[in-house]
Design a protein around this ligand. Structure first.
Ligand SMILES: [Zn+2]
Length: 403
């Protein structure tokens, strides 16, 4: 079905599903009035793409999901070839927020002998930040054809959130791979079993280094996916709100940063304490925090949401009350087939059945498109203004050279 260029072409709109515009989002084309001829060319190219049915930003009919949380590689930086992963996405998943894992599990022979750990629970040895992940993800992405790239929104993760230089790393990655990245994360501040294993300083929600990261993300327009447990494992009820209040303060300090709080703060043993939904609704109902969204990724989160008819009802009620603030994600790591990749979708069956068709479509498809299309517009504009471009660079596509 052909689409006409929509009003978002003129910039500033955050309307979802603007197909013609998003077809050209990777083109990083100018929105500045200083480049009217290029703008006309780009709009024309986008319209042509749309009329030819090559509508890339909005999911074509039949696709069920956009995945807002996906790890191509694991804790030892190994994973699925991105071309194989496209096959796994198949005709069910249209777009994917693509990242590796910023932490490498060290294989210490002193600790685990010949048993090579591949997960953070496999050995007592440290995790350390592995910044090469960003170059790896960019290179995988750039190995795709331009049309295939439209289905991925790569994310920068290879920085240490306890380091005041983290924001400089993010800038350097954007400068090295212009035209590639859409956001940062998933990165972690507090995570059960993980934070305490990281070599060096433990990150903190009140660290100025985090504020620098969030400020820079706002300046560029990068989406931020943050993992932060809503409380400590096995927390007493009296302690359960301490982390929550600290993360709310962080969110409130950064009203211009588009934030996705991963897994609504839950984890493997981070169970929803009494009042979990009430805490989330404190954020959802606060007009000063309308830049905060939640992903419902990870089987470990889904298991709580569908643990009983009452839990499904509670979760569905919260989402129905705020249908624009939740995104589906798998949180799968280096999957080998579609069945394992999408098992969380099956797990969420009772939740899908409890939502209206309109809300379900927003959570599974539309909210992703709105947030990431807007991020891509802003990041490409920031790059156009801030990154000195060399037409022979790998990241400069044919369409970009038109500018
Ligand atoms: Zn994850």
């Amino acid at each position: 079905m052909p689409r006409l260029p929509c009003s978002a072409e003129k910039g500033g709109s955050d309307k979802p599903s603007c197909g013609a515009f998003t077809s050209a989002r990777r083109a990083g084309r100018a929105t500045s009035s200083r480049r009217p001829r290029q703008l006309v060319l780009a709009v024309f190219a986008a319209a042509l793409l749309a009329l030819s049915g090559e509508d890339a930003g909005a999911a074509p009919p039949g696709y069920e999901l956009n995945d807002g949380h996906f790890h191509l590689t694991n804790y030892v930086q190994e994973g699925t070839d991105i071309h194989d992963f496209l096959e796994i996405m198949g005709t069910r998943v249209w777009r994917v927020a693509l990242f590796g894992i910023p932490l490498q599990q060290q294989w210490s022979h002193r600790v685990s002998g010949d048993v090579a750990p591949t997960y953070y629970l496999d050995a007592d040895s440290d995790l350390y930040y592995y910044s090469f992940t960003d170059a790896y993800i960019a290179t995988e992405y750039l190995s795709l054809s331009e049309r295939e790239r439209e289905r991925f929104d790569p994310m920068i993760t290879g920085f240490n959130p306890a380091d005041m230089y983290a924001a400089d790393h993010i800038r350097r990655v954007l400068e090295t791979f212009p035209g590639v990245f859409s956001g940062i994360g998933e990165f972690t501040v507090h995570k059960e079993f993980v934070s305490a294993k990281i070599a060096g300083d433990v990150p903190s929600l009140s660290d100025p280094a985090i504020d620098r990261i969030f400020d820079f993300a706002a300046e560029v327009g990068l989406v931020v996916i943050l993992h932060n447990d809503i409380h400590m494992p096995f927390a007493e009820p009296s302690e359960a709100h301490v982390q929550f209040h600290r993360i709310k303060q962080l969110f409130a300090r950064h009203p211009k940063t588009v934030i996705i709080w991963a897994h609504t703060g839950l984890g493997r043993v981070i169970q929803p304490v009494g009042g979990h939904v009430a805490m989330l609704e404190e954020i959802l109902d606060d007009p000063d925090l309308d830049h905060v969204h939640f992903d419902i990724s990870w089987n470990e989160m889904a298991k709580y949401a569908v643990s009983s008819p009452a839990a499904v009802e509670l979760t569905a009620g919260m989402i129905e009350g705020h249908p624009d603030r939740f995104l589906f994600g798998t949180d799968e790591v280096a999957p080998q087939n579609q069945h394992s990749y999408l098992k969380i979708n099956e797990l969420y069956g009772p939740l899908w059945n409890a939502l209206t068709a309109e809300t379900k479509a927003k959570v599974r498809i539309g909210n992703y498109e709105r947030l990431f299309d807007e991020a891509n517009r802003k990041v490409r504009a920031w790059e156009a203004a801030n990154v000195r471009r060399d037409p022979n660079r790998r990241g400069d596509t044919e369409k970009e050279k038109l500018r």
